[in-house]
Design a protein around this ligand. Structure first.
Ligand code: KG4
Ligand code: ZN
Length: 341
C-alpha cells in the first residue's frame, strides 16, 4: 500500500510516500525560508502563494523519487489542522483533486499528532502511551497521548510559542531568521549564566503552562534598555553570544521542567518531543540528561523530522487501518480546537 502524504500547514511544502509497513519511499521538503527571511517571520499570504507554486512539482518529485507513478498510489493524506488557513487550503485542495482524479481514498492528518508520530517514524519503536511535547514556531503544547490519534491537552503556552520567542530574540540580537538555529549556533560561544533571565511559571508545580512573552521582554531590556527599538544599541559579539546562551538556557529550563512535571502527573514513562525547537542542541542535551536521571524513555527525532515534513504524515496509516476515511467535503481547521480528536 503506497500512501502519498502532503504537508502545507505553515511555510514548508512537503510530500512523502510511505507504505503501510511505515517504510518511507520518498520525502521532499521545499522550504520557503528565504521568502520570509526579510520579514523576520512567516507572512501568511506569501506562504500560501508559495505553496501554490510548489505543491505540484513537490508531488511529482516525491512520486518519481519513490520510483512510482501516480497510478501506483493507494491513498492520499493531508494535514488539515492546525495551521495557517491559506496554507492548509493549498494542501487540502491538492489532496482532494488527486483523490477525485485518481479515485483514491482521502485521509486527514492532525499536524500536532503527526509531530509526535515523527518519534515513532524515526525510532521504529512503539512510543505510545507517552507524554507528547510539541515546541515549534506556532505551538508549545503538552499532551497525554494514549495512542497516535488519542490526545488530551495537558497544557501549553499562555502567550508566545517557544519558537516564536527564539525568532524574536534573534531579531533583537541582529541574528537572521529563523532565529532558533541562529541562536543555537552563537549560544555555543556564550555563557548561559551571564544574565539571569526569568523562568516564567517554572516554579508553579500545579500548572503545565509556559509563558515566553515576559522572557522576551527581559532580553529586550537587557540588550537595548527601555528606549525605542529604532535606537537599539550595537551589541558586541560576546554580548550577543552570552545573551543567546542565557536566553536559550532559560527556555530550556522551562521546557525540561514542565516535561518532567507532565511525566510525574501522568505517571507515564515515555516522553516524545517534536516541532522545530526540538532541533535545539541544548534542549536535546538537557532532555537526555533528564531522561537518564529520571529513568524515562525519551524520543526526539533527528533534525529533519523535528521541523515540518511529510514523513510524519504516516500517522494517516493508523486511520487507514481503522477505515477512517474522509469525504471530499473535508475542511481545514486552522485553530487548535480539534487537537483532541
Ligand atoms: O515545527 P516548525 O518547523 O514549524 C512550525 O512552527 O510549525 O518550527 C519552526 C520553529 C522556528 O520558530 C524556529 O526558530 C525553531 O522552530 N527552530 C529552532 C531550531 N530550529 C528551528 N529553535 C531552537 N533551536 C533550533 N535549533
Ligand atoms: Zn510543525
Amino acid at each position: 500500500m503506497n500512501l502519498l502524504t502532503l504537508e502545507t500547514t505553515c511555510d514548508e511544502t512537503a510530500a512523502a510516500v510511505v507504505t503501510d509497513e511505515l517504510e518511507v519511499l520518498a520525502s521532499v521538503v521545499a522550504s520557503q525560508e528565504s521568502l520570509h527571511q526579510r520579514f523576520g517571520g512567516v507572512v501568511p499570504e506569501i506562504a500560501s502563494r508559495a505553496h501554490v507554486e510548489s505543491i505540484l512539482p513537490v508531488i511529482q518529485q516525491t512520486v518519481s523519487q519513490a520510483g512510482l507513478t501516480l497510478a501506483d498510489l493507494d491513498a492520499v493524506a493531508v494535514a488539515n489542522t492546525p495551521g495557517l488557513s491559506g496554507s492548509l487550503l493549498v494542501g487540502l485542495t491538492a489532496a482532494k483533486s488527486l483523490c477525485l482524479a485518481l479515485d483514491l481514498p482521502l485521509l486527514a492528518v492532525n499536524h500536532l499528532q503527526a509531530h509526535v508520530y515523527a518519534c515513532k517514524m524515526a525510532s521504529g519503536q512503539e512510543v505510545f502511551p507517552c507524554v507528547g511535547m510539541i515546541v515549534s514556531g506556532g505551538h508549545s503544547n503538552i499532551y497525554r497521548c494514549e495512542g497516535p490519534t488519542d490526545f488530551t491537552p495537558l497544557g501549553g503556552t499562555i502567550d508566545d510559542a517557544a519558537g516564536e520567542a527564539f525568532d524574536k530574540v534573534a531579531s533583537l540580537l541582529g541574528l537572521p531568521y529563523p532565529g532558533g538555529p541562529a541562536i543555537g549556533r552563537v549560544a555555543k560561544g556564550g555563557d548561559p549564566h551571564k544574565y539571569k533571565f526569568p523562568r516564567p511559571l517554572l516554579a508553579d508545580r500545579t500548572r503545565l503552562a509556559f509563558s515566553f512573552s515576559g522572557l522576551k521582554t527581559a532580553v529586550r531590556y537587557q540588550t537595548h534598555g527601555t528606549g525605542k527599538l529604532e535606537e537599539r544599541r550595537k551589541l558586541d559579539e560576546q554580548t550577543i553570544a552570552d545573551t543567546a546562551a542565557s536566553f536559550q538556557e532559560a527556555v530550556v529550563d522551562c521546557l525540561v521542567g514542565k516535561a518532567e512535571l507532565a511525566l510525574t502527573q501522568t505517571g507515564y514513562g515515555t516522553l516524545c518531543v517534536g516541532g522545530g525547537v526540538a532541533a535545539n542542541h541544548r534542549l536535546r542535551e538537557r532532555l537526555e540528561q533528564s531522561a537518564k536521571a529520571g529513568g524515562y524513555d525519551l524520543f526526539i527525532p533527528p533534525m529533519n523530522l523535528c521541523t515540518d515534513n511529510a514523513v510524519m504524515g504516516a500517522i494517516a496509516i493508523e486511520r487507514w487501518k481503522e477505515g477512517k476515511f474522509e469525504e471530499l467535503d473535508l475542511d481545514i481547521h486552522p485553530g487548535l480546537e480539534r487537537v483532541g480528536t
